[in-house]
Design a protein around this ligand. Structure first.
Ligand SMILES: C[S@@+](CC[C@H](N)C(=O)[O-])C[C@H]1O[C@@H](n2cnc3c(N)ncnc32)[C@H](O)[C@@H]1O
Length: 184
């Protein structure tokens, strides 16, 4: 859904993506598989997951992407804190950082906001955090997330995002897409 409502929605030949919660690198890998455009990907994660733990999850087999296994390994092997080329069209910067410490400005076209849910970590679904996300996006940039809670939507609107509620796939959660509308 991050792909359909985010990656495919942003109409550009090259795109910068910020992932909030790099975790196991699954969204990063799927983005690499599906991109069809040049991607500058930044994954922020305060608690990096060990490569051995990630391998146990068997993503490559589940995604039937055995021919891309070396790329999945490369995502996990490259060092943190510097931009690394995974393919000529896909660069990755893994940053060990708390979300509240993000200071990028007008840089990203797209944010995958994949933090744990508001029930688990309410402090991550606040105006303070969305203000940081708003600043990090370029004008017309979008943030997508799995949550359609009214309180989350209101926190986004309070920092000037234009917010749409999007249906999830059958039986799945709805999503929100927040756009940094320029000129507001
Ligand atoms: C839902 S998981 C992300 C899953 C990930 N997108 C993937 O593809 O595997 C949320 C992630 O946010 C990280 N996290 C939680 N609080 C954080 C914070 N305040 N700053 C940075 N990372 C945080 C967690 O360690 C976890 O990996």
């Amino acid at each position: 859904m991050f792909i359909r409502n985010g990656l495919r929605y942003v109409d550009a030949k090259s795109i910068s993506v910020l992932e909030i919660g790099f975790g196991t690198g699954l969204n990063c890998f799927i983005t690499l598989l599906e991109a069809g455009k040049k991607v500058d990907y930044v994954g922020v994660e305060a608690y990096p997951v060990a490569k051995e733990e990630v391998e146990k999850l068997n993503y490559v087999v589940e995604l039937e992407a055995q021919d891309k296994e070396t790329l999945f390994e490369k995502i996990h092997e490259v060092s943190w804190e510097e931009k690394q080329d995974i393919t000529p069209d896909f660069s990755l910067t893994k940053r060990k950082q708390f979300f509240a410490e993000i200071t990028d400005e007008n840089y990203f076209d797209l944010i995958y906001f994949d933090a744990f849910g508001a029930k688990v970590q309410p402090n991550l679904w606040t105006e303070d955090i969305f203000k940081i996300m708003f600043a990090a996006l370029k004008p017309e940039g979008v943030l997508v997330t799995y949550s359609a809670k009214g309180s989350v939507r209101r926190a986004m609107q309070a920092v000037d995002f234009d917010v749409e509620r999007l249906p999830g796939p059958p039986g799945k959660r709805e999503m929100l897409r927040a756009t940094k509308v320029s000129g507001e």
